[in-house]
Write a new protein. Sequence first.
Lengths: 112, 113
Amino acid sequence: DQQVKQNSPSLSVQEGRISILNCDYTNSMFDYFLWYKKYPAEGPTFLISISSIKDKNEDGRFTVFLNKSAKHLSLHIVPSQPGDSAVYFCAASAVGNTPLVFGKGTRLSVIA
Amino acid sequence: EAQVTQNPRYLITVTGKKLTVTCSQNMNHEYMSWYRQDPGLGLRQIYYSMNVEVTDKGDVPEGYKVSRKEKRNFPLILESPSPNQTSLYFCASSHANPTDTQYFGPGTRLTVL
């Protein structure tokens, strides 16, 4: 039973445009969400997070939106750059700082 | 330099031959974790440790063991590897909780024949 779902395995975007990566979750106890980015042959690196008390968190070109009623979050990258090409994992933790549950990842390709 | 190191980076072995993948962090982190990444399945947690001598099962612990005798080290042990344990393994650490930024090692690609 997949608690964190990233339904798009891949996404292609032109350089300079907006990239929107989506993530849905089923566990209503999740209260903290994170995005990790992974380049080939490297370990994942933390990108941005959001607590359930917020509906938006912004860090430079990266913004995460949380819609609790829909159990949906999205990562917006504006403007997209070729260096953003990577696999992006959505992750969630439940109340009490439980271990992270990761989605399957979305491979983003930013085309110059 | 703050980092998580894993060894070996690549390993090809045969079914049943015990192996250990080491993980070490130099950030004095309390929380450490092992994940495996498989195509189409994303990252799945194998085991985690909240502190020295405190370990717990993740989502896919079968066939694995861990130990946390020192804060910096968190080895992953496969007592009798099987082909379904062929995977890419990542060790990670964070300050105290899983929701703190987790720093991942570079990965160990294991093939079990």
